[in-house]
Write a protein that binds this ligand. Structure first.
Ligand code: TYD
Length: 142
């Protein structure tokens, strides 16, 4: 499974807390894009797509939500519920987000600019593409 939950260093004192993310250091890629998700609702699900090239780190700045991650062989459910945890999701991972708490705010750091063509929104297509990735032919499926 190409993901990891990163415990981020927190600089805390009586004034509050601060976390820093730096490309190529505690964030394993150069950051090309930042976006955030808010005003979510518990009954709404998001994501349901994969990427061949994109890498991301997601931080729940406020509230909580569950990520379902799937590499075509196994599925994992991961709760993201603290601003000092970063969920790194690597290439070729199907992701779904659900069970958003009211007021959940997610910040996402991304390794590439936004490109709708890089989205795989069909699960069967995702699985088929994995065979090509294994054969070293990933470009042809994008
Ligand atoms: P969508 O991919 O549905 O969000 P999620 O990551 O929750 O699955 O994106 C919602 C809309 O936002 C869609 O019209 C594409 C647009 N969008 C951008 O323009 N830039 C971005 O960086 C992202 C992530 C989405």
């Amino acid at each position: 499974m190409n993901y990891k939950l990163i415990d981020m260093k927190v600089y805390g004192d009586e004034r509050g807390k601060l976390v820093s993310l730096e490309g190529g250091m505690n964030c394993p890629f150069d950051i090309k894009r930042v976006y955030y998700i808010y005003d979510t609702l518990p009954e709404q699900e998001r994501g349901k797509h994969a990427h061949r090239e994109l890498e991301q780190i997601i931080v729940a700045m406020d509230g909580a939500c569950q990520f379902v991650l799937d590499d075509g062989r196994e599925r994992k459910e991961i709760w993201l519920n603290s601003p000092d945890k970063g969920l790194y999701i690597g290439k070729n991972m199907w992701r779904e987000m659900r069970h958003f708490s009211y007021g959940c705010k997610l910040m996402v750091l991304a390794s590439t600019h936004y490109d709708e063509k890089e989205y795989i929104r069909d699960y069967d297509e995702f699985l088929k593409g994995l065979d090509n990735v294994k054969m070293g032919n990933s470009k042809s499926t994008c």
